[in-house]
Design a binder for this molecule. Structure first.
Ligand code: G3H
Ligand code: ZN
Length: 278
């Protein structure tokens, strides 16, 4: 599957692909199963924080790559929010062909310089690069309004770095427990007009379905979801454990959690693929 073609096709059609974060193998299995159930492509993301949790990249990444290879729909394994450039090198060596290099905390000039170098290395290895401009809040736990992405600066950033997609700050915030974020659709439309590559929405768990439809209609092409999957997984696990206090076999409580994630992935992918029908 040529993902550059797939993403630019979605961009032209004002549709979007879901990009879901996996921490456990059960997440990864559920993300692939949800995509297969909906018959739609999906992006399976491993964040630098998830790598830190496991202690290394290779075992989990190789499992995800194998799940992607065996899937009945196109699945792109993507490294998410990577600040450590060595991790990008390791991902490329393992066969990962999509990364988000996150230098949003740096100054504009430093962000451009370091992102351009990452793009050069990744393109030489056949991998796509996403970068962030502006700052989507919430990564450090605080849901501050964040610095919105400026359309003219975003266009200049893409031209200067050669990135394949751009994460923009348009009102969402990471790790929101409720779906109450209100996005700036006029800003998304202005960004889509001035930026020639697909736009990425981070912190999408905090955005209600109608907000997602509006964002896609305005020009968002990749929608990143993490927290929402953890909510449905944990709720399902908790329900089983509350009911059966003596249960110890993790398969008995993780299987319902995995099913709940699969259902939510399939549901969200369908919302994103039919955003214009709101
Ligand atoms: O990069 C990952 C996403 O931005 C996930 O954000 O956990 O708030 O859905 P979320
Ligand atoms: Zn994010």
């Amino acid at each position: 599957m040529n993902w550059t073609t797939l993403l630019s096709g979605l961009r032209a059609e004002r549709r979007a692909v879901g990009a879901f974060n996996a921490i456990l193998i059960e997440h990864a299995e559920a993300i692939v199963a949800g995509a297969e159930r909906s018959g739609l492509p999906v992006i399976l993301q491993i964040s630098q924080n998830a790598v830190r949790y496991h202690g290394s990249l290779a075992p989990f990444a190789l499992a995800c790559l194998r799940l992607a290879e065996d899937a009945a729909v196109p699945v792109l394994v993507h490294l998410d929010h990577v600040e450590d450039e060595d991790l990008i090198r390791e991902g490329l060596d393992l066969g990962i062909r999509s990364v988000m290099f996150d230098a949003a905390k740096l100054s504009y000039a430093e962000n451009v310089e370091r992102t351009r170098a990452v793009v050069e290395r990744c393109h030489a290895g056949g991998a796509l690069v996403e970068a962030e401009l502006g700052e989507v809040g919430g990564k450090d736990g605080a849901h501050a309004p964040g610095v919105r992405t400026d359309p003219a600066e975003a266009a200049a950033f893409v031209a200067a770095t050669g990135v394949d997609s751009l994460a923009v700050a348009v009102g969402s915030s990471h790790a929101m427990a409720d779906r109450s974020a209100v996005l700036d659709e006029a800003l998304i439309a202005a960004l889509a007009k001035s930026v020639p590559v697909p736009l990425v929405l981070h912190g999408s768990s905090g955005v209600p379905d109608d907000g997602l439809r509006g964002a896609v209609g305005a020009g968002i092409v990749k929608v990143n979801v993490g927290t929402r999957l953890n909510q449905v997984l944990t709720e399902a696990v908790r329900a089983v454990l509350d009911e059966r206090e003596l249960l110890t076999d993790p398969r008995r409580y993780l299987a319902p959690g995995r099913d709940a994630v699969r259902d939510e992935v399939a549901r969200l992918l369908t919302v994103l693929a039919n955003a214009d029908s709101r």
